[in-house]
Design a protein around this ligand. Structure first.
Ligand SMILES: Nc1nc2c(ncn2[C@@H]2O[C@H](COP(=O)(O)OP(=O)(O)O)[C@@H](O)[C@H]2O)c(=O)[nH]1
Ligand SMILES: [Mg+2]
Length: 321
């Protein structure tokens, strides 16, 4: 309670300005506060929302071990070198980021400029996916309000969650490796649909050209939808910092394409729609499973197993019908 009071009070005064100017300690505290599902967290998010909208959001997804974190690491360094402020949200428990320290120093840059201009947050993939999407959106908004030019979202591409999280990004990069060759044919349509750009990482290994060809063939068969642009496929060796400048050029190119065709605004509207649905869904869940309904469920479980009642009737009772 003390913390709530402190934050709300401070937010009304000068701390808003500190967050907007990128005060790391305060940003960390606000994120933790929001992640912990504190009751008045929406007050904070409401206040910060009007400062959002400036950050360009890059989603990086793909199978575990494909090199997403290594690519993120290189990309962050390149962006900072070009004078940008960057936020990273890693929705992957195995991501090697700790307290702002990035992986090995592959690009010459003083640590202080990284420390000053980069904010990294790892998020646990705790339990429910729905809740996770909302938290990612919340953290994105906080980082956006804090003046980041780019936000990189790293998600491990294994299920529905990263497809949902990809909806948050302006440009979604799907990372594959030569070993993914066989699975490309079987690749979920979903992953194909969310990709604005492909990276064949670990091109130092055998099979990179083969996967490049089969991917391009597949992309020709793809239903282009509204986005008529040809999808870029880039080869990279992230562990040697190779292909990263090309990747950034493709991302920037995609962003420009979206803006000149009017698709960007549409995308942002779609993102807002998804965001609102996530907030409403999480609110419904929270309100619905109140003590009364949890008890009603509890006392009826045995009756369902004994066939004295059934799940359908019980759901109707829960809905108060
Ligand atoms: N041979 C090779 N190894 C790489 C390359 N990029 C990353 N790696 C290595 O692959 C492993 C997994 O990388 P990581 O970035 O953690 O993958 P993530 O799980 O997708 O985030 C690490 O040991 C990296 O050093 C590359 O281009 N070539
Ligand atoms: Mg990773």
């Amino acid at each position: 309670m003390v913390q709530i009071k402190y934050l709300t009070l401070k937010l009304e005064r000068d701390n808003i300005e500190k967050i907007i100017n990128g005060d790391k300690r305060l940003i960390s505290r606000v994120i933790t506060y929001v992640e912990n599902n504190e009751d008045n967290k929406h007050d904070i998010l409401k206040t910060l929302y009007k400062y959002t909208g400036k950050a360009y959001k890059i989603g990086i997804t793909g199978p575990p071990g494909a090199g997403k974190s290594t690519i993120t690491d290189c990309l962050v360094k390149l962006l900072v070198k070009e004078g940008f402020k960057v936020g990273v949200i890693a929705v992957d428990p195995t991501s090697p980021y700790t307290g702002g320290a990035l992986l090995g120093d592959r690009v010459r840059m003083t640590d202080s400029s990284l420390l000053e201009n980069v904010f990294i947050r790892s998020m646990a993939t705790r339990g429910s996916l729905g809740g996770l999407c909302k938290s990612v959106n919340d953290v994105c908004n906080i980082l956006d309000a804090s003046g980041k030019d780019f936000i990189i979202l790293e998600t491990v591409g294994v299920g529905q969650s990263e497809l949902d999280i990809a909806k948050t990004a302006d440009t979604t990069v799907v990372v594959l490796v030569p070993e993914s060759g066989d699975s490309i044919q079987a690749m979920k349509a979903g992953l194909m649909e969310i990709a604005d750009l492909f990276v064949i990482n670990k091109s130092d290994r055998l099979g990179a050209d083969e996967i490049l060809t089969s991917l391009k063939n597949m992309l020709h068969l793809r239903n282009p939808g509204e986005d008529k642009r040809e999808i870029g496929v880039i080869k990279a060796i992230a562990s040697r910092n190779t292909g990263i400048e090309e990747l950034l050029a493709e991302i920037t190119g995609h962003g420009k394409y979206l803006k000149t065709t009017g698709l960007f605004e549409k995308k942002r509207c779609k993102q807002a729609e998804n965001e609102i649905k996530e907030i409403v869904n999480s609110g419904l869940q929270k309100n619905f499973w109140n003590e009364k309904n949890r008890n009603l469920l509890e006392i009826n479980l045995k009756k369902i197993v004994d066939k004295e009642t059934d799940p359908y009737t019980l759901s109707e009772e829960l809905f108060g019908q």
